[in-house]
Ligand binder design. Structure first.
Ligand code: AMP
Length: 113
């Protein structure tokens, strides 16, 4: 999608600190990290958000979780991390290309704010 920030990052038209890429997914450092590890994992397919995802996207969404787990393993943060979708503006979604937050490397409180 031409007017999407994260599609532009995937295409390399906006710079990012790339963590991982394959034919289905792209991962990069969050520009405003909330923890020592804060990586965004996104499908290359433009999906607006979780509530817009369709059943046909189920494997892709699951795959993003597997990519997150792989990054967490590589970073040695398996003691405790979180994968989070913010869904809709009231939950803090500010970019409307589906993105999975991988947050870890510090103690994480519960419930989240
Ligand atoms: P959300 O608030 O769940 O929509 O998450 C969007 C995330 O994207 C935020 O954590 C932002 O810090 C992050 N973000 C926005 N622009 C960029 C960018 N150009 N590069 C990396 N992360 C970004």
């Amino acid at each position: 999608m031409t007017d999407c920030l994260f599609c532009k990052i995937i295409a390399g038209r906006i710079p990012s600190k790339k963590v991982y890429e394959d034919d289905r997914a792209f991962a990069f450092e969050d520009v405003n990290p909330q923890a020592p590890t804060h990586v965004l994992i996104i499908p290359k397919k433009h999906i607006v958000g979780l509530k817009e995802a369709e059943e046909a996207d189920a494997e892709l969404l699951g795959y993003c979780q597997i990519v997150a787990a792989k990054i967490a393993r590589e970073r040695g943060i398996e003691q405790g991390y979180r994968t989070v979708y913010n869904v809709g503006p009231s939950a803090g979604q500010s970019v409307f290309h589906l993105h999975l937050h991988l947050i870890g490397g510090r103690a994480l409180g519960w419930p989240p704010g």
